[in-house]
Ligand binder design. Sequence first.
Ligand SMILES: Nc1ncnc2c1ncn2[C@@H]1O[C@H](COP(=O)(O)OP(=O)(O)OP(=O)(O)O)[C@@H](O)[C@H]1O
Ligand SMILES: [Mg+2]
Length: 434
Amino acid sequence: VTLAGPETATEDRASRSAPSFEDLLAEMSSTLLRATTDQIDGEINRWLRRIAFAFGIDRGSIGQINHVDGLLYTTHQWSRQSVTPMPHSMNANEIVPWLTGKIMSDELVVLSRLEDAPPEAAKDVQFGRTMGTRSVVTVPFKVGGVVVGAVAFDAVLRRRTWSQRTIRRLSLFAEIFGSALQRSRTAAEIRRLQSEVRQISQIVMMGEVTASLAHELNQPLGAILSNAQAARRLLNAKTPDLKEVGTALDDIISDNTRAVETIRNVRALFQRVELTTSSLDLNQILLSVERILRSDAKTREVSLRFELPASLPAVVGRGTELIQALINLVVNAFDSISEAGAGPREVVVRASQNGPTRVHIAVRDSGKGIDPSIMPRLFQAFVTTKSKGMGMGLAIARSIIENHGGRLWATQNPERGATMEFYLPADGNAANPG
Ligand SMILES: Nc1ncnc2c1ncn2[C@@H]1O[C@H](COP(=O)(O)OP(=O)(O)OP(=O)(O)O)[C@@H](O)[C@H]1O
Ligand SMILES: [Mg+2]
């Protein structure tokens, strides 16, 4: 068979007409090095073609083993028009077991005639025939020190012999392909990890939003239920006290309003939505907390005392959020007292001005104190020592206080119980909370 034309140039013709090997190598490594990760694949295909033209090769292909499904994927290839392209993927262990073994043990395979393959390569030879392969060089390449695939250079239109020099040169090309692929694989891996992290953090965040809502709705829903039950009891009386019923209904309405606002706030807390803020009188906020928790304190037989100065500097923020944060701290104090069993049952909420720029608030209880083992993770979501706890109360309180430019921390009392304290920047100092 005689074939002419540039497409079937022999090695000698190629070295006379085409750029020198050194030029080709230099250009290839610099283009592949400069290519951005989304250009690499296109560049590799282009270089397979150029190498084929320069070396009289009819099909150049890169196969990469996927360690998840065990298949060999043809990730890049170029072949002359009349030449069958490599299949997109195949079970290499089944179809070309001998070659696969060679590749995986990082061995070069050079066959000037397909028939030169050893008898154990029977399956491989059969596949080679269906692909029209007459001569082949296969060079394994590694990523991160591990063989991940091979570059195959096939002669199809006519058989050819491979000189030592050609083999060395093809091996160098394969090495450059390998390092380019390493770069694009690393980029792909980073992208995969990034999207995984994004998904996980979205799931975590959804979990926290859901838990926060459940947590913050517990208190108002409980209050609504007990007021509704009170109203029903009052109406069952022979001569119902309609004024009392009215009070219960008013409480239900205000608890409901608080629940609705809570839903909005919790969403805003995690979505970083800007909510409108206003100048707040902390004494008013503390009195609201007192009113909301008064009946809880009574049923739990805890004395809840507020020590408030005549006046406090205003703080800028959202009142319902600060009320929520304080409720969480006081309810924890109630829980701690209940768990302690015997002993004084007292919660004191004290507010004071702390220098010209800060307001300080402390919730001190006579409970069992904070379990030292959870101290380092106290404010993390889902950290709890209670059988029915969600571990959300302190996480929510901290994020509210910090969104207001303040800080929240915990200390054990010297005698008994714990104190949860926080400060808030006074109006005009929000940007400089210290
Ligand atoms: N005043 C306190 N005294 C002692 N331990 C406390 C006090 N406040 C919080 N803790 C400890 O911190 C843990 C976390 O509190 P947090 O309010 O975040 O969750 P929780 O109260 O367990 O559950 P919930 O989500 O229902 O509020 C509690 O389980 C408790 O062990
Ligand atoms: Mg709690």
